[in-house]
Design a binder for this molecule. Sequence first.
Ligand code: PMP
Length: 358
Amino acid sequence: MSRYWSSLVEKLDPYVPGEQPRLQNLVKLNTNEHPYGPSPKVIAAITAQANDSLRLYPDPTAQVLRQAIATRFELTPEQVFVGNGSDEVLAHVFQALLKHMAPLVFPDITYSFYPVYCGLYQIDYRAIPLDATFAIRTEDYLGDGAAPVGGIIFPNPNAPTGCVLPLADIERIVAANPDVVVVIDEAYVDFGAQTAASLIGRYTNLLVVQTLSKSRSLAGLRVGFALGHPELIQGLDRVKNSFNSYPLDRLAQAGATAAIEDEAYFDQTRHAVIRSRETLTAALVQLGFEVLPSQANFVFTRHPAIAGEALAAALRARSIIVRHFQHARISDYLRITVGTDPQCQLLLAACREILGQI
Ligand code: PMP
């Protein structure tokens, strides 16, 4: 509290990012980073840009990067918006496209930044409960006319559950809500789900948001993007150019372009994570864990014999950090990022030891 704060700042309930520990040798499975480093071509591209040109501002339109993304998704650069991580892209999306008279809707269990943006931009929202299996019920988003909706957003796969909504259901939701923007946050889509980008040509109200932080191993570079009809992209540009004209620096634009263009490395590393997820899931089930079906680079799991918070603390005591959320419906669960196979083995050995001591 400070008497210098605005009343808005006083009322904010900011997002709490997962811990980025200073300690070495921790097995870090708490913020869904990729266990493998970025493509060598990304490092080469960034290194090549680390020169005198850094005295000049970067391209404010990130034209080369937007073209690379457009090519990959068979779109045009006018259908692409880029920003400093998808969190920044999402912030602009909330302000530009989701702030209306009627409340924005999203699931009760979802990315916990959504209510934070609503607080920052003073957007009214309604949280729709996931069903008992933690799945999104498509019917809840088809607009029965009873309650007006100002916009819809959810991740696919959802976070922190990892559960997927099939593309056909996403299309039903987009088609049923032509008067509002439907945002699909695809932060984890490359680990097993289908992107909705293929629907963009047919629906002017669909916005797909992706990030290079997860499947491209670039959480440290801060690059995210949105795909949608040029009208939606222009709305985002208006907010961006009223906030920070140069959100992506020269190194980020070069590295991100190289990452998008290196399909072979992308496929190789994301499939390695998918394989590790399947092995980890089977081993956790063997130990008595209940694991939700995940198509992401994390698993959401609980064990009947130990509370989520206690298990997280016991793992931490063994130098393994995972994520626990203080939300009533999911307080038994832990979200565990899929690491390398040796990291998964360390996790499993620690779980075995902890469960053996109960
Ligand atoms: N969306 C979801 C669902 C996420 O889990 C995250 C990562 N915390 C993001 C968006 C933001 O990722 P970034 O800002 O690193 O692109």
